[in-house]
Design a protein around this ligand. Sequence first.
Ligand SMILES: [Zn+2]
Length: 206
Amino acid sequence: MQINTQEINGYLIDKFNQYGLEEGKTQGVCPLCSADRKPANQKMKCSSYDWETGLGTCHNCNKSFQLHTYQRKGASEKVYTRPITPEQFDDEDLLSTNVETWFGTRAISKQTLQDLQVTEGQEWMPQTSKMENTIKFNYFMGDQLINVKYRDGRKNFKLFITRKIKFKHYGSKSVDEKFNKIVLLTRAWHYNWSKFYYYRKNYDYI
Ligand SMILES: [Zn+2]
C-alpha cells in the first residue's frame, strides 16, 4: 500500500507518524493508553491504524487519534470548487417579502436570516427539472462560502454537489452501522420533542 506522507484530503501533513507507530501496519500499540497499561499488556496491539485516512482507533481505551499532525492554514495547494459567492451578502434587500413572510410564519425573524446569511435566488432544481426561486442556506468556513443548500417553495431540496467540494455530506456515515437504528430513533425522538417544545413556546400547545 502506498502511504501518502505529504497530504491527506487536501491537508498538508506537518509531522508524519507523530507517535512513531509501526508504519504501514494496520494494528499496533495505542499512543494514548498502552504506556499506562499493566506491563504484560503494554505491547498488546489494541489499536487499528488507517494510513489512508490518517486515523487510529483503540479498542482498549476506545479513543481515536490522528496518526499525523497537519499544517493549519493556507497549507493546501489543492483547489476546491466553491459555489459562486454573491457579491453582497449583507445587502438588506437580498430576501423578498414573500420569503420573509414565509420565515415569519415559522417565527424566524428578518434579523436572524440576515445574521445567518440566508439568501434567495434562481436555481435549477432536479425535482422539477427547471429553474425555481429558491431559498439558499449558505454554509461558510471563515468568510468563504463552501456549500449551499437550496430549498424551493414545494419543499424540494438540493445541495451544491461537486466532487471537489471541501466538505462532503456523508449523512451519518461516521457512525458504526450497528448504531444505525438507535441513531434513527434518538434523532426522531429529539426532533419530535423539540418540535413540541417549540410549538408550545411560540404558539401555545393545544
Ligand atoms: Zn488506547
